[in-house]
Ligand binder design. Structure first.
Ligand code: ZN
Length: 402
């Protein structure tokens, strides 16, 4: 189903613009009018990371007149494998500033608006307001639900994308624009249980996958802005890079959707961190009073060397992560082995009095495992707050972070 263009055309294109966009102008579905619509368009891209990098560059090159960047983070070396809008000399600089500079180089005619703040309930409505379209490149569930809800309340359509390892998904959500069109909550009414779905930082992402999905998002954005073609409203695009397979599934509006359904229960912004539960209740209970700092761990490791203390330090990350950096003396037993019970058999017996100390990358997975280990009777088990990230930052900066 084609839709009317989201944006009215600008009055005219300058001679420079006609030269620059000539390959668009000769496409019948875009043409002079479509290009004038792009010039008049205001698009907000959330995140200048994996998806935001190609999205921002292609939206800028395409001649979108006003591009907003919502990004609070700084460029890290581990971003450069996929976040191609940033370069080596940008490491340590704000991503929003680095992205704005790359856009100015790609197309100086674009008006860039930088929102260098973390999106939250207090600012999201103010930041979104005035944009014609949003491109969501966020990488966490709490922000994703917040973007969905805020866009719905403001009546702004948005293009969503997500990436993980070799798998990507994309869709367009416009429930206020098209009757019967679903929102993100219709597709995913509830976030996955905390600890079940690893983030890109935990699970990894193929760099070029960002370009595959980011370019699909720009493709859909241009169609919506100009009215060309048939946007992916009510359709879920699924990409499997390993099989080189694209699939398109129908997504229906859920009449019971908490946001856009017949009897909505979400009628304003909610507490998204709690809704998505960064950490499960069991894990939070286990970690309360059973969390040690990396400095404490350093002291304990010295005592173990001197023979005055007995404990086993267990790293519950994945083998690939263990290869990148590690806390000396840690034994690798991935979280999955605790979930299926096989790791419990390898623990020292409860009677031996050997304490179990767990750590992961940042302390989320180790808290989940702590709940399992304490539940198995290891009452004095503890986990390391901040995990190996804190260890590298505070104790051993010679190791790489990721
Ligand atoms: Zn919905």
């Amino acid at each position: 189903m084609s839709l009317p263009a989201l944006v009215e055309p600008a009055a005219e294109l300058s001679v420079d613009e006609v030269r620059r966009y000539s390959r668009h102008l000769i496409i019948p579905d875009v043409g002079m009018t479509g290009q004038k619509r792009l010039k008049n368009a205001k698009v907000l891209v959330i995140g200048a990371g994996g998806l935001g990098s190609p999205a921002l560059l292609y939206l800028a090159a395409a001649g979108v007149g006003t591009l907003g960047i919502a990004e609070f983070d700084e460029v890290d070396e581990s971003n450069l494998q996929r976040q191609i809008i940033h370069g080596q000399s940008d490491v340590g600089r704000p991503k929003a500033v680095s992205a704005a500079e790359s856009i100015a180089e790609a197309n100086p005619l674009v008006n860039v608006v930088v929102h260098a703040e973390r999106l939250d309930n207090d600012n999201v409505m103010r930041i979104f307001e005035g944009y014609d379209l949003i491109v969501d490149g966020t990488d966490n569930f709490a922000t994703r639900y917040m973007v969905n809800d805020a866009a719905y309340f403001l009546g702004i359509p948005y293009v969503w994308g997500s990436i993980y390892r070799f798998d990507g998904q994309a869709s367009v959500f416009a429930p206020t624009l098209v009757e019967g069109a679903p929102c993100y909550r219709c597709l995913y009414p509830e976030p996955p249980p905390p600890g079940m779905v690893p983030s890109c930082a935990e699970g990894g992402v193929l760099g070029v996958l960002c370009a595959s999905i980011g370019s699909i998002q720009v493709n859909e954005a241009i169609k919506l802005l100009t009215g060309a073609g048939d946007p992916a409203i009510g359709k879920l695009v699924i990409y499997d890079a390993l099989e080189l397979e694209w699939r398109k599934l129908k997504v229906r509006k859920d009449p019971n959707c908490a946001l856009c359904g017949e009897n909505p229960t979400v009628t304003g912004l909610i507490d998204y961190e709690t809704f998505c539960g960064a950490i499960s209740e069991e894990a939070a209970d286990a970690a309360a009073g059973s969390t040690i700092s990396v400095t404490q761990l350093e002291g304990m490791l010295k005592e173990r060397e001197e023979g005055t203390r007995d404990f086993v330090l267990i790293d519950v990350r994945e083998p690939n992560e263990y290869e990148i950096n590690k806390i000396p003396g840690a034994v690798l037993m991935p979280k999955g082995d605790f979930l299926n019970g096989s790791a419990l058999e390898q623990l020292p017996s409860i009677d031996s009095g050997t304490q179990v100390v767990l750590h992961c990358k940042s302390g989320v997975r180790s808290a989940e495992v702590l709940a399992i280990v304490q539940g198995a009777g290891y009452d004095d088990a503890v986990h390391v707050g901040g995990g190996v990230v804190a260890w590298v930052n505070q104790i051993d900066p010679s190791q790489p972070s990721y």
